[in-house]
Design a protein around this ligand. Structure first.
Ligand code: PMP
Length: 407
């Protein structure tokens, strides 16, 4: 298995041909959302121009075709994260909706006054706020695993936080702001030992790492399709079958019912019990094209390529005076956050954009993490399968020029 042919690969992503401010686009904001390859765009167009119909209820041909395509994505997601059965895959609009689904169903069912939920310092707001809302409602307690200066979890402190009161550990697999890969398998085993359930936020891991929910033994795993080269408005929750079967419903409406009577209604079987209303049919259908694209390209080859870019970018940035990298975990994916002495990230972002270079600046929806580092935000470059060494060099050169202007 050779390396990635990025020139060939880039031809599959039409947006990469465009110019920004008269310069070729250098897209380094992949942790926010990835660009979409032609098969994903084609899948959207084919659905809307060929077989647009509502799913599950129709007996006509278009409805049957749309239903079959929609359900094929479920099988692909099942394979992609290696769940035991397709009924464990619930479609959502993304990770945020997935975490809220678990908070409002499992959370309402299991969390009582005095119970404890553990998150980490490096969580995205979407894996903090739903638990805060739940804790407030139930008089439960939110506890936070501290991290070190490299942006790694302090595992001994985690073990001290685990008690017989711990009901849930909600943990990001890979930090969007730092790139840290957390030892979730170990965390899950330790949490299970005290009887706590574990939700893994796979928003950043699904695209970079091989995911095996059975091997991890997590109770829930959520991710967003748009960060895995798929459409916005697509995502999934994996939940263990026994949990999904016994949890109360989330949204009420069509699709999620067996029978509706004014006296009492009954719920549909899994997975439809949690899929009320008309979903993002086209986006879910096209998600299959995205996951197939990643699998066919080869996750291991993609990872090797991205890691090379990360290593190159890290050493290039370390040589620029005034640049300080935030997040130096031993295990990282291709996310590079940094601050520059006397320079505001936003100013840096604007100057880089003037050179066609797209990076993200700000708190990355991780304000408590920024507080820990004592900074308002960072500038973040995040690399995907289609990025090149030349683009990393463009970033470093652009950064040097911008710093000369700003510092
Ligand atoms: N968790 C993490 C770690 C993320 O990076 C993101 C997206 N930035 C989310 C959750 C939320 O994902 P979405 O906005 O797609 O629902």
């Amino acid at each position: 298995q050779g390396g990635l042919d990025t020139a060939l690969l880039r031809r599959q992503f039409p947006i990469l041909e465009r110019q920004v401010k008269g310069k070729p686009l250098v897209y380094l904001d992949n942790a926010a959302t990835t660009q979409k390859p032609q098969p994903v765009i084609d899948a959207l167009v084919e659905y809307y121009s060929g077989y647009n119909a509502n799913i599950h209820r129709g007996i006509h041909t278009l409805a049957e075709e749309a239903t079959a395509a929609f359900e094929r994505t479920r099988d692909t997601v099942k394979e992609f994260i290696n769940s035991a059965c397709r009924e464990e895959i619930i479609f959502t609009r993304g990770a945020t909706e997935g975490i809220n689904l678990v908070a409002y169903t499992w959370g309402r069912q299991h969390i009582r006054a005095g119970d404890e939920i553990i998150v980490s310092t490096m969580e995205h707001h979407s894996n903090i706020v739903p638990w805060q809302i739940l804790c407030e409602e139930k008089n439960a307690v939110l506890k936070v695993i501290p991290i070190n200066e490299n942006g790694e979890l302090l595992m001994e402190d985690f073990e001290k936080l685990l008690t017989e009161k711990t009901r849930l550990v909600a943990m990001v697999h890979v930090s969007n702001a730092l790139g840290t890969v957390n030892p979730v398998k170990e965390i899950i085993a330790k949490a299970h030992a005290v009887g706590a359930a574990v939700l893994v936020d796979g928003s950043q891991s699904a695209v970079h790492l091989d995911i095996d929910v059975q091997d991890l033994d997590c109770d829930f795993f959520v991710f967003s399709g748009h960060k895995v080269y798929g459409p916005t408005g697509s995502g999934a929750v994996y939940g263990k079958l026994s949990l999904l079967e016994s949890m109360p419903v989330f949204h009420g409406g069509g699709e999620m019912i067996k029978e509706v009577r004014f006296e009492k209604s009954t719920w549909a079987d899994l997975p439809y019990k949690y899929e009320a209303g008309t979903p993002n049919i086209a986006d879910i259908i096209a998600l299959k094209a995205a996951l197939d694209f990643v699998t066919d390209t080869g996750k291991e080859r993609i990872r090797q390529h991205e890691n090379e870019l990360l290593a190159l970018a890290t050493s290039a940035l370390e040589q620029i005076p005034g640049v300080r990298i935030i997040g130096k975990a031993a295990e990282k994916v291709s996310v590079l956050s940094f601050v520059v002495d006397k320079v505001h990230p936003q100013d840096l972002g604007i100057l880089l954009d003037n050179r066609g270079i797209a990076v993200r600046t700000g708190h990355h929806c991780a304000q408590p993490l920024m507080d820990f580092f004592g900074i308002p935000g960072t500038t973040r470059a995040s690399f995907a399968m289609y990025n090149t060494k030349a683009e990393v060099e463009a970033l470093a050169a652009g950064l040097e020029k911008a710093i000369k202007l700003l510092a």
